[in-house]
Design a protein around this ligand. Structure first.
Ligand SMILES: *Cc1c(COP(=O)(O)O)cnc(C)c1O
Length: 339
């Protein structure tokens, strides 16, 4: 099965996002295996494009990419310093006073950053907690002070201005590099850019970065085709019944590969023979999807579910989710092919 990942498109998206924040240094978020696309290949490609600041969710993710990046690349761990974690070569973003004191006791010379809560109430020190340790924390020389926006994909949401004001208040007078914006924050404009920006989904071709280049093409191999007579049904629950003499192709992927059953629920999911759409019929099985290919002159070896006609956000809409979830659900069974 072919999941084709266009590394040059990821590099181009990184450069385009970096250009939107010309006063900031552009980092790159490669958590969750670079949004499902393979961090061991994606992170070095982003380094080659110019990124030096990488962000992962977990220390284990950082350890996996550390050998693939040069020493001048910093790898920030968003979950900070969890008990018992090996942070060699990594820079935890400490989220609580408890994490701060644990980290300083265990790795007094190890690099660290601070994550502040500016309103999202998910990770980071609250303003009061920060005020209490600020002097000591700044004296210890953090590499970065960051926070995260909850509603950056909604430019008119009041939370954006409120979080900006909160982050400004908490970082007033510090000389440490500061970071507030992910993809959505970059698009909110220069007030949100500070010193380092942290794009994730926009690198991988997803909204809210509408100008991003598509990164993934996913072709599903056709296992067999058959002719189906009017009145015959296809798949679990006999959910689809032919109204005309039909040709049905069965392809090798299903919900175990991240293609949720909900994608087919509205009856609008299509697979593509290059530029020709073919309706998915019946239910999505664990490993199989059935497609009406009656109108194709020839059935190709593969039918595409992700391509320039149907990107990750179009798929996400069909199942009521977001492009992020489509990407990070992409299954382990696909052969990942890098261009
Ligand atoms: C996931 C994440 C990002 C990247 O967000 P995108 O919306 O994918 O650009 C940046 N910062 C933090 C703290 C995150 O959790």
């Amino acid at each position: 099965m072919g999941l084709i990942i266009d590394l040059s498109a990821i590099q181009a998206n990184w450069k385009a996002l970096a250009d939107l924040a010309p006063k900031a240094r552009a980092g790159a978020v490669v958590k969750a295996d670079a949004y499902g696309l393979g961090a061991e290949r994606v992170a070095p490609a982003l380094y080659e494009a110019g990124a030096r600041d990488f962000f992962v969710a977990l220390a284990s993710e950082g350890r996996a990419i550390r050998p693939h990046l040069a020493d001048d690349a910093q790898i920030f761990v968003l979950s900070g310093h969890l008990e018992g974690e090996d942070l060699t070569g990594l820079t935890p973003l400490l989220n609580s006073p408890e994490q701060f004191f644990r980290d300083r006791a265990l790795r007094p010379r190890g690099p660290f950053g601070i994550q502040l809560d500016s309103g999202m109430n998910r990770l980071g020190l609250e303003p009061g907690e920060w005020a209490a340790i600020r002097t000591e924390a700044l004296a210890a020389g953090p590499r970065l002070i960051s926070s995260h926006l909850a509603c950056a994909d909604e430019p008119d949401h009041r939370a954006n201005a409120e979080q900006l004001a909160s982050f400004r208040a908490m970082t007033m007078g510090v000389t440490v590099p500061c970071s507030l914006a992910a993809t959505g924050g970059i698009l909110l404009g220069p007030d949100f850019h500070f010193d380092i920006v942290r794009p994730g989904v926009g690198l991988y071709g997803g909204q809210p970065f509408a100008e991003s280049k598509p990164v993934v093409t996913l072709g599903l191999p056709v296992i067999q085709t058959r002719d189906v007579k009017p009145g015959e049904s296809v798949g679990y629950g006999y959910n689809w019944t032919a109204e005309r003499p039909s040709k049905v192709a069965t392809v090798a992927a299903g919900y175990a590969d991240g293609l949720a059953r909900a994608l087919a629920r509205q009856g609008k999911l299509k697979l593509w023979a290059k530029d020709r759409p073919c309706p998915v019929i019946g239910r999505i099985s664990m490993d199989l999807i059935t497609v009406d290919v009656t109108d194709l002159p020839d059935v190709p070896k593969e039918l595409e579910i992700l391509n320039d006609h149907q990107g990750v956000d179009a798929l996400a809409e069909l199942s009521g989710t977001i492009g992020y979830e489509i990407l990070t659900s992409l299954g382990r069974r696909y052969t990942r092919i890098y261009r």
